[in-house]
Design a protein around this ligand. Structure first.
Ligand code: SF4
Length: 206
């Protein structure tokens, strides 16, 4: 994409999606990281259905860190990989409570040391903490490649390319915009190119 086309892309995204934000429901850093861990390979909608029950029973890192595994498994059973995720969120909460004084780290490398937290999860948490990060999920990966913003064959390569293409001040919004566009218009199976406002700058249009 040319610099002019990139400027146009950002302008269109601002108009299309004026409130770029996560579609996960959370109020605290505790709720944020638990929701993001649960959302791996699962829809935000499904996560939002189980977290109110989970957060009512365990309202902090300290409480979740002491939770019984089978009780957590029962609550988050509708979530993909609920057994592994149950173990991970309990172990993560225990570490944050006992070793980090109940405070979530604000650095990528420290977040990634926590159970269940990989590069993308750490990036999503940082975005929601207001840091400049650009997590690449399945929508960001697909839409940015279709738009010609990246050619990378894996999410890490695409993240590096997008970070080179755009100033850091745009990373957070771009992450949300590409997800919104991927969910609503540039769908995996049948992209709605005929309705897409980006079709005149998109090399994959049609
Ligand atoms: S024109 Fe089609 S392929 Fe390109 S971004 Fe829009 S929906 Fe996706």
């Amino acid at each position: 994409m040319t610099p002019g086309e990139k400027r146009k892309l950002l302008k269109i995204f601002v108009k299309l999606y004026p409130h770029p934000r996560s579609e996960l429901n959370f109020k605290t850093h505790y709720q944020l990281i638990v929701s993001v861990i649960l959302s791996a390979q699962c829809t935000d909608k499904k996560v939002n259905q189980v977290t109110p029950v989970l957060f009512k029973k365990y309202s902090s890192f300290a409480e979740l860190g002491k939770a019984r595994l089978n009780t957590v498994e029962k609550i988050i059973r509708p979530i993909n990989y609920y057994k592994t995720k149950s173990k991970n969120i309990i172990a993560m909460a225990k570490i944050v409570d006992q070793e980090l004084k109940g405070k979530l780290p604000k650095k990528h490398e420290e977040l990634q040391k926590l159970p269940g937290v990989g590069r993308k999860t750490a990036n999503v948490v940082l975005v929601e903490m207001g840091k400049d990060a650009l997590p690449v999920d399945t929508h960001v990966f697909r839409v940015s490649r279709r738009l010609g913003l990246a050619k990378g064959r894996n999410p890490d390569q695409v993240e590096d390319e997008l970070k080179q293409e755009f100033k850091s001040e745009h990373w957070r919004n771009l992450h949300h915009w590409l997800i919104f566009h991927g969910r609503r218009v540039c769908k995996a199976q049948r992209p709605l190119c005929g309705e897409c406002r980006l079709s005149d700058i998109c090399p994959s249009a049609g």
